[in-house]
Design a protein around this ligand. Structure first.
Ligand code: ADP
Ligand code: MG
Length: 295
């Protein structure tokens, strides 16, 4: 089953084309990253899925069906989260949110526990750190125990500890079987927490699929030796790699994914008089892939 499936979605704001015929689908149980630089159309996409914005053209389904009130109620989201009252506690704020959403009044203690705010649940919102405020926002999404969460840039503005907490929380929610759709402009974040990704560039989809598959177009073998010049000379005789590069006193060999044989490389170097002092197989990072896709 797909949780969300969008087809040829377009959105224009006057002359600005924010989304240009975007098609992808979000598998059940995935952590699905919508990745793209600022202005690439991520928030617009999420707004359309939540019926806050109307698409100019194209269509989408929720849970494989034409979206309605009922299907949207199975989705918890930030986008419609009201601002919290500064002078009220987490519990009082969530009571208000639950009343507005008309769901989850009984879940307040449970969701506060899930986001690790139980100890501070009676403190005023104004005394919370940014990370705690963000976790409270996620708690409000969890009211009513939705199967799906939609988060727009959930770690924006947080310090490293706050970021780590949110990422941990997303992973936990994923393990509990929830599907999470999150917009992010951070490659690193998508690489760390997402199972699937759709990459947007100026409103256009440039790639979508399993994060590992999108990543795994190249293997990189990094080699080091006491005499780097000699190593490079020897590697000229080696076949099988698609390109060679030098970086930080290491030689990098690029291989099509899955075609690398470290033993052969090691043996070849040794036979030709080079003893390696470093050898590592790396996946091409999403970062280089991202730049390749968006530049
Ligand atoms: P992202 O969330 O990826 O940063 P947005 O979806 O917010 O991107 O914006 C996509 C594009 O649409 C940008 O060029 C932005 O300036 C434009 N845009 C967004 N909202 C509006 C709006 N209400 N009116 C006009 N242009 C908008
Ligand atoms: Mg945005």
């Amino acid at each position: 089953m797909s949780i969300v499936s969008v087809e040829n979605l377009c959105k224009n704001y006057g002359s600005v084309q924010a989304l240009n015929s975007v098609t992808f689908s979000v598998p059940k149980g995935s952590v699905f990253g919508i990745l793209g630089p600022n202005g690439s159309g991520k928030t617009t996409m999420l707004g359309i899925i939540m019926d806050i914005l109307k698409a100019t053209s194209g269509s989408y389904t929720l849970f494989d069906e034409v979206p309605d009130e009922n299907s949207r109620r199975k989705i918890g989201t930030f986008l419609e989260t009201p601002n919290f009252y500064h002078y009220l506690s987490a519990v009082r704020n969530l009571k208000i949110t639950a009343a507005i959403k008309e769901r989850g009044d009984k879940d307040i203690d449970k969701v506060l526990e899930m986001v690790n705010l139980t100890e501070r649940k009676n403190s005023k919102f104004s005394t919370y750190s940014l990370g705690m405020k963000q976790r409270l926002a996620i708690a409000s999404c969890l009211l009513g125990d939705p199967d799906v969460l939609i988060l727009d840039e959930p770690t924006n503005g947080l310090d490293p500890v706050g970021i780590a907490e949110i990422r941990q929380l997303i992973k936990q929610l994923h393990q509990q079987g929830k599907t999470i759709i999150m917009a992010s402009h951070l490659l690193d974040e998508v690489e760390k927490v997402c199972t699937h990704v759709a990459i947007l560039k100026k409103g256009k989809l440039v790639a979508t699929g399993n994060v590992n598959e999108i990543l795994a177009n190249d293997d990189i073998v990094e080699l080091g030796a006491p005499d780097l010049e000699k190593l490079k000379a020897v590697l000229k005789q080696l076949t099988g790699y698609s390109s060679i590069r030098e970086q930080d006193n290491l030689v990098q060999l690029f291989y099509p994914a899955g075609t690398t044989n470290l033993e052969n490389i090691n043996r070849f170097c040794f036979k030709n008089g080079v003893v390696l002092n470093y050898m590592q197989l790396k996946k091409k990072s999403l970062e280089s892939k991202f730049f390749e896709l968006t530049n």
